[in-house]
Design a binder for this molecule. Structure first.
Ligand code: GDP
Ligand code: MG
Length: 176
């Protein structure tokens, strides 16, 4: 029975990236299955917890992974708080908006910082969000994919709005 299944593994991902990239929307989509056109900006950081059964998804048998997620604010003025969230994290999800070159540049800066100062076993994912806005795209998939490959990151393009690739992102983190 699903209700008898207890989480047998836990992971502690942290979401980093520019204000407005869609970090909170991705987490809310994953945790609540909802999407808000006017998602309120995160102040400081927010915490979410969600269990995900891995069965049939490349996981081990009936394993369920519990995600204890730190969703950070993204504003520059909160930058000094970021290490508090990523130091203890098992995984980092760096999010940019595919319609914003600036957010992509800042995502790469986050990756640099995590590679220099994060935990050496940190699992890192680079996420290009808002793929539903293909007509406004500024960051080419191939460019980000090659950058991710060079840096050993998992890469995926998502839409919190349509839910495209949001479960896949968390299954991938869960597998690790
Ligand atoms: P955060 O600052 O990174 O947490 O970004 P938010 O989750 O607050 O999202 C910023 C804005 O972008 C909000 O108005 C969201 O509704 C919108 N947004 C987030 N994800 C998507 C998406 O996948 N597609 C579209 N079209 N808009 C999105
Ligand atoms: Mg937010």
């Amino acid at each position: 029975h699903a209700k008898d299944r207890v989480p047998c593994a836990a992971t502690t991902p942290v979401l980093l990236g520019d204000l407005g990239a869609g970090k909170t929307s991705i987490v809310v989509r994953f945790v609540k299955g909802l999407y808000y056109e006017c998602q309120e900006s995160t102040i400081g950081a927010a915490f979410f917890s969600q269990a995900l059964p891995m069965s049939g998804r490349g996981g081990e048998g009936d394993a369920t992974v519990r995600f204890d997620i730190w969703d950070t604010a993204g504003q520059e003025r909160y930058h000094s708080l970021a290490p508090m969230y990523y130091r203890g994290a098992a995984a980092a999800v760096v999010v940019y908006d595919i319609c914003s070159l600036d957010s992509y540049i800042r995502a790469k800066k986050w990756v640099d910082e995590l590679q220099r100062q994060g935990n050496p076993h940190l699992v890192m994912a680079l996420v290009g969000n808002k793929v539903d806005l293909e007509q406004k795209r500024k960051v080419r998939t191939q460019e980000a994919l090659e950058y991710a490959e060079r840096n050993g990151l998992f890469f995926v393009e998502t839409s919190a709005k349509t839910a495209q690739n949001v479960p896949e992102l968390f299954y991938e983190l869960g597998k690790h």
